[in-house]
Ligand binder design. Sequence first.
Ligand SMILES: *Cc1c(COP(=O)(O)O)cnc(C)c1O
Length: 223
Amino acid sequence: MNSISKNYKNIINEIKKYEKDFCNTSENVELIAVSKTFPKEHIEKIIRLGQRIFGENKVQEAAIKWPQLKKQFKNIELHLIGGLQSNKVKLALETFDVIQTIDREKIVLKIKDYYQKGENYKKHKFFVQVNTGNEAQKNGLEITKTKEFVKWCVSENKLNIIGLMCIPPVEENSSIHFKILRSLANECNLNNLSMGMSVDFAEAIKNGATHVRIGSRIFGQRA
Ligand SMILES: *Cc1c(COP(=O)(O)O)cnc(C)c1O
């Protein structure tokens, strides 16, 4: 078996084990296979093993790679996990099923605009990204502004917000950030938590992640 397939099966088994150790039996953690920078041929290997949920961080790259794959394989769910610029909103909505990086009013209004033109009322799902480490260079809302922002997205703009997402600072213990995100999601009445990557997904599952985003442990190191 090639290494991507082997890596994938190992990750699936690890997730199952952590679910058993840390979660209520009814809960399932969704694996988002992060395929950014990798070509279609690599991605197909795990689609053929049953993987259907993928993450990309660049709108343009995904728009080139995925339409053909989505035609070829049914029930693909594609998540945008990288920052969204307002001039890419239309292409993002056409390319992705789930957008995890909602973090400012301008983007929300653009999405609302797009829907109001009646172009595509499809059932996108959205996560609000929270900058739990309060890092200047990172996207995401301030913790203290999140609750009100979520409320505004849902009630004023009818956005289908299903959860919160975070990317902890690399040099810090992720657990603290995962706990912050979980309690914030509770306050916001949101059920989904996208947190945990290759290095820390065990901790994330322990802290209630519903979606883990794993790239290099499946596809190998990126160039
Ligand atoms: C690249 C990326 C991941 C996956 O990272 P790995 O360390 O390769 O697992 C997860 N989340 C986001 C937002 C990313 O950009």
